[in-house]
Design a protein around this ligand. Structure first.
Ligand code: IPD
Ligand code: CA
Ligand code: CA
Length: 267
């Protein structure tokens, strides 16, 4: 780890500690897949177990900080100046199916601005992290977004829609519209946190997705920005500040991607 603000140390330590139990749990999935009970309940307890370890570690350091988590909700509601934002397993469906594409994501926010973040893929042992003003890293190497200039040549990734989405048609139409403008088929890898990390290190050139939750991408925002990328939130709903529509890419293709995704005639 190249960075060492106190918050960075705390989140990376929490991540490493939680990942040990997560790796063990992932090892169990194979056995559960063939059992009659199936892995469903086990996965939701793995989620809760991982989150508990992270919260305990973070609270040991700062019991007064606010926490926004996927499983537990909001802790210390009144502290909005210092907040941790946690997704214990991002990519739950992959985890549940024994697919090694999921991550722990923890961000730290000060007065509504993300200051640092860690996204850790425990199976590939890849830790993406960044701190404001200090660049972004994958393990010990500095990372940067790609230099791809034209959307036509870009490798893009997206996700969704969720089964419960009320705007499925719009999301599908958008997907078709963007697809028509790129040579390589668009990817769907099933972990928003890793999707954005992969843009940060240049594996993908761009990523967009509607109807995300803040914890899916909080840490990813700072990692992408520090890697030289652009992040935009579009069609924001001020009444639902934790819901996000995100567009993240290298700076060259940002406008082209944004124009396609937010094209007026997509209903
Ligand atoms: C999900 C993943 C997925 C995205 C979904 C998220 P979860 O998070 O990030 O890629 O398409 O919208 O909810 O449920 O695995 O933590
Ligand atoms: Ca998530
Ligand atoms: Ca999750």
């Amino acid at each position: 780890m190249r960075l060492n603000s106190p918050q960075m140390n705390i989140i990376s330590r929490a991540c490493m500690k939680a990942s040990r139990s997560l790796i063990r749990d992932f090892g169990e999935i194979e056995n559960l897949q063939v059992s009659s009970k199936g892995p469903g309940d086990f996965v939701s307890s793995a989620d809760k177990r991982t989150e508990k370890i992270i919260i305990e570690e973070l609270q040991k350091a700062h019991p007064d900080y606010g926490i926004i988590t996927e499983e537990t909700g909001i802790i210390n509601k009144t502290n909005k100046d210092n907040r941790w934002i946690i997704d214990p397993i991002d990519g739950t469906m992959n985890f549940l199916n024994g697919i090694p594409q999921f991550a722990i994501s923890i961000g730290y926010e000060e007065k509504n601005e993300i200051k640092c973040g860690v996204i850790f893929d425990p199976i590939k042992n890849e830790m993406f992290y960044a701190e404001k003003g200090s660049g972004a890293f994958l393990n010990n190497s500095r990372i940067r977004v790609s230099k791809k200039k034209k959307i036509k040549d870009a490798l893009l990734v997206t996700g969704g829609p969720k089964h419960s989405s009320k705007i499925k048609e719009k999301i599908f139409t958008e997907f078709i519209e963007v697809s028509k403008n790129v040579l390589s088929p668009i990817r769907k890898f099933g972990s928003a946190a890793l999707d954005i990390s992969y843009v940060a290190c240049g594996r993908f050139d761009g990523y967009w997705q509607r109807e995300l939750n803040y914890w899916d991408i909080a840490a990813g925002i700072i990692i992408l920005k520090e890697a030289g990328g652009f992040v935009d939130f579009f069609e924001t709903d001020n009444d639902a500040p934790l819901k996000k529509n995100i567009l993240a890419s290298n700076s060259n293709i940002h406008k082209e991607l944004s124009d396609l995704v937010t094209k007026k005639d997509i209903e």
